[in-house]
Design a protein around this ligand. Sequence first.
Ligand SMILES: [Zn+2]
Ligand SMILES: [Zn+2]
Length: 421
Amino acid sequence: MSILSWIEKDSQKSSQKSLEEGGLWTRCYQCGAVLYIKHLKENHHVCFACHSHLQMTSRERLHSLIDPGTWQPFDETLSSIDPLNFYDQKSYISRLKDAQNQTGLQDSVLTGTGLLDGIPIALGIMDFNFMGGSMGSVVGEKLTRLIEYATREGLMLIIVCASGGARMHEGILSLMQMAKISAALNVYQNTAHLMYIAVLTSPTTGGVTASFAMLGDLILAEPNALIGFAGRRVIEQTLQEKLPENFQTAEYLLEHGLLDLIISREFLKPALYEILSFYKDAPLKTRGRIPKKFFQSLNLLTEEKIRRQFNKKIPLNCPTNITTNTEKTIPDLNFSKNLFNKFNSMNWTANSVNWIANSQNLHEKKLATNEDISGKIQKNLSTNVNSQINLYVNEIFSQKHKKLSKFNKKIFQSFNQFYNF
Ligand SMILES: [Zn+2]
Ligand SMILES: [Zn+2]
């Protein structure tokens, strides 16, 4: 048995155990105190004995931060596909399904808008229970949409981070989310002059730390939270040095100037309220408001249909629906060459061009002969396929004929075939 599968088996056992205990009691991982779950929940999952801040789900956090009945979620049904066909002990898809069933979430972040003690905010909350809060393309996309929405509407933004880092199952697609989110934040902070507060909870590590967690205008953290980029052992082995005991704790980072404030969970909402209400009247920004209707997210069924369609059409592990030649050519060139050939092979001359000429009365405008038009098309195609086609099509169809003519249809059909719409 490999070590990994042994750990997995062990963790399954322990999770079964806590279920068997009926979910009434739990144990503090720090001091071992036995805690009554109902009371623990009322205390925001803070241990009564040692004041450790225990793990909280994103929904519980939501309830503790947002006024009841004011939450408007975004992109609830967004979930990932498996672009790499990733497989370790299980396939990525089945891991996703498991996590979705266990948590009732589609991915490891909740985004939306709501009121915090009456102040409208855009809020993102990560959930460590969903695959270690890892950031894949869905987390990246949801947060980016949230930030862009907040930018448009002039809302203040809070993101509660809890993550093991980028999701390795999606490879580079996970890593690029760091840049994507940071770019959106740059517009939000430096163009719209709006305020973003990052709240770091335990653990905040890896790609999340390396992007939006550390970009907050204000960075708050929970007491004793683990915050870092690489793990302790990795750093020790690399540097061949012993690291201080409290290394990568919130307190250590505060001491060294990486955080602005450490705040106990029960005071988080009041603290945020004070910061927000202080900032509310600051100049250089538009006032936050939340429109009633926005982002009608797709329902689960549609989402699933799109996913299946996508999986069927483009097996992403072989990057070409472009025909491949054995000669070494840049794929893009190949692509436009194919497009060009395809257009050439369409029956441009004779009937179709005649038909165009008739329907558009072009013959009266001395664009008459077949040769002229097909010659023009070919010349245009050879210079810049995409824009020239658009130009040509627009040129013809801007002349009063707004209905979809046969010609129009034909062009777009073949476009569809190429782009796999
Ligand atoms: Zn404790
Ligand atoms: Zn307390």
